[in-house]
Design a protein around this ligand. Structure first.
Ligand code: CU
Length: 164
């Protein structure tokens, strides 16, 4: 092994210090923030009325500039079926932006990149509720997680990695 653990750890630390908490797939230019923020479409968030971390995620998205409409519901399963969320990718809330779904605690920056790239896809998903994702903050702990891009055929690829 050419690179010791310590070296690797310090490289990772440098990456984080340079603002590289999120590692987008290679070869994608960063989204021009001002442009993306100026034209953000409405985000519709379906959630149960008692979900606290859902509301925290709504706050995260609003802070990032998204106009958010919250729709409380007792039947999230019906929403997930309607937007064609594949089985096993579910989380506590389901949002819609344009023709895409945004399932779970997806960081706003990834939704912005989705809207800038406009890939043929059903949407983005963070299955479960990873600690440290937006709306799931607990101290400084970040449980590494992936944001998945769900293709029109329901298969997934990694859209962004966080917490690594
Ligand atoms: Cu949650």
């Amino acid at each position: 092994m050419a690179m010791g653990y310590r070296t690797l750890a310090s490289l990772l630390l440098i990456a984080v210090m340079q603002g590289g908490a999120a590692v987008p797939e290679a070869s994608e230019p960063p989204v021009a923030r001002s442009q993306a923020t100026a034209e953000l479409p409405k985000l519709i968030v379906h959630k149960s009325p008692t979900c606290g971390c859902c509301q925290a995620w709504v706050g995260h998205m609003r802070k990032a500039g998204f106009p958010v409409e919250v729709r409380d519901t007792g039947d999230l399963a019906a929403i997930k079926a309607r937007v064609k969320l594949p089985y096993g990718l579910g989380s506590c809330h389901t949002a819609q932006v344009g023709d895409y779904f945004v399932e779970g605690h997806v960081p706003a920056e990834d939704v912005k990149r989705l809207l800038a790239k406009r890939p043929a896809a059903r949407g983005l998903a963070v299955p479960g509720m990873p600690i440290g994702s937006p709306g799931m903050e607990q101290g400084g702990i970040v449980q590494p997680y992936d944001v998945l891009l769900v293709a029109p055929d329901g298969t997934t690829t990694v859209f962004a990695r966080h917490g690594q």
